[in-house]
Design a protein around this ligand. Structure first.
Ligand code: HGY
Ligand code: MN
Ligand code: MN
Length: 413
């Protein structure tokens, strides 16, 4: 297909979107339902209306922009990603799939292509776990992985549930309507930066994702005795920080000793209380993000971590509470989509590399609803979740072209 992707316009839109941030440029912080998030969503909706797409917003804020096909009763083909950004992140994670998806649709419109199956661009709510501790809230509820009951069990730092937060942000409607029925979509394809250095190092422009790794999240709360830093003798202490530090060190050892490079575990949050120079830490709150491409290995790490928490805290006579927020299976990408991506790349003379996504994405849950795939493009040094995250305009353009071609092919199937 001879497609004219407007690289300059897309780049300007990515820059504009990045300006909706709670952190100074080049960092981007855009937390779920904040003023900046809502402004960014409004900007996205305006762009979709300008492109003549039909908009729908559900009770959680998942935003659907549809290009009606010639046979609107057939299940649509969907694409999309997220625009929320963790604290001090970059401007390409997620947004390339949202604005790149829009540009793919505009390029198809401009080429005179008429879709048989409608094409639907989705802005997923809360792909990042920042506010409620669990990622992909929107696609979890869409796919039925998380029900309204489960949503109620999640709380943000102010004790608000997602239901309270979404209503305060102005999203109305029934949460039960967010769930999409089986067969609602014919297929889903997500364009995303690789967030690893393989494509760039190999000089290959297109990654064809074959599987998405299995993520799990634990919250660990430790309670010791605290006390006066000068008066409590070392043998009498129940120091929550030292206990947490030993647990964190053990978590690293557990991930390093599975025998696979695909095993990763991260303590991303480590809060201590009362944080005073001359006071022994009495409490610790820590999060653990555990992932592997192999489910059994991931579950093995989770169990080993829980055992370590119990034995280390027991040995130090501290109280430990472990909460599992999520423990999701990996997802395999659908053959018809990986093959369509290979074909599309070949059409443009682009080399491809099959790969596993170690980051999770909304595609992990869309795979429960319909045949799903992902297209990766290179990002500089593989850096992501950092202000220096960068993807070259020409790499983004190549990704958009391949995405557009895949969407067109799936829409005519
Ligand atoms: O954490 C992840 O894999 C994604 O960036 N939310
Ligand atoms: Mn991310
Ligand atoms: Mn992402």
């Amino acid at each position: 297909m001879n497609l004219d992707v407007n690289q300059a316009r897309l780049n300007a839109e990515l820059d504009k979107l990045a300006s909706f941030s709670e952190a100074p440029a080049p960092a981007v912080t855009r937390i779920l339902y904040t003023e900046q998030d809502l402004a960014a969503r409004a900007y996205f909706k305006d762009l979709c209306l300008e492109a003549g797409l039909e908009l729908r917003v559900d009770a959680l804020g998942n935003t659907y922009a549809r290009w009606q096909g010639s046979e609107p009763n057939l299940a649509a083909v969907a694409t999309g990603s997220h625009i929320d950004a963790i604290p001090y992140a970059g401007m390409y994670d997620g947004t390339v799939g949202v604005l790149g998806g829009l540009e793919a649709i505009r390029a198809l419109q401009k080429s005179g292509f008429t879709p048989k199956r409608s094409l639907e661009l989705i802005l997923f709510t809360a792909e990042e776990p920042t506010r409620f501790g669990v990622g992909c809230l929107g696609s979890r509820v869409m796919s039925g992985v998380l029900g309204t009951q489960g949503l109620e069990s999640l709380k943000d730092n102010e004790g608000k549930t997602p239901n309270e937060a979404r209503q305060a942000a102005g999203f109305q409607g029934q949460l039960s309507d967010v769930r999409l029925p089986e067969g609602f979509y014919h297929a889903f394809v997500e364009l995303h930066i690789e967030q690893m250095p393989q494509l760039e190092q190999k000089g290959i422009p297109i990654g064809v994702v074959t599987a998405i790794a299995a993520p799990a999240t634990l919250h660990i709360r430790l309670e010791g005795a605290g006390g006066h830093a000068g008066a409590v003798l070392m043998p009498d202490r129940k120091d929550a920080l030292i206990c947490g530090a030993e647990i964190a060190q053990t978590i690293e050892t557990i991930a390093l000793s599975t025998g696979s490079i695909d095993s990763v575990a991260t303590v991303g949050i480590f809060d201590i209380h009362p944080r005073a120079v001359n006071s022994i830490p009495s409490k610790v709150f820590m999060t653990v993000d555990v992932r592997d491409t192999d489910l059994a290995r991931r579950d093995g790490m989770v169990e080993a971590i829980k055992d370590a928490v119990r034995s280390i805290s027991g040995g130090r006579k501290l109280k430990a509470v472990i909460e599992t927020l999520n423990a999701d299976p990996p997802a395999s990408c659908a053959r018809e989509i990986t093959e369509a991506t290979e074909l599309a790349a070949r059409e443009y003379g682009l080399r491809t590399l099959p790969m596993v996504s170690r980051a999770y994405h909304d595609a992990l849950f869309m795979a429960r609803l319909c045949p799903t795939g992902m297209i990766f493009i290179p990002c500089k040094d593989g850096v992501s979740h950092r202000p220096d995250e960068y993807s070259k305009p020409e790499d983004i353009e190549r990704g958009v072209k391949v995405l557009a071609s895949v969407l067109a092919r799936l829409s005519m199937s």
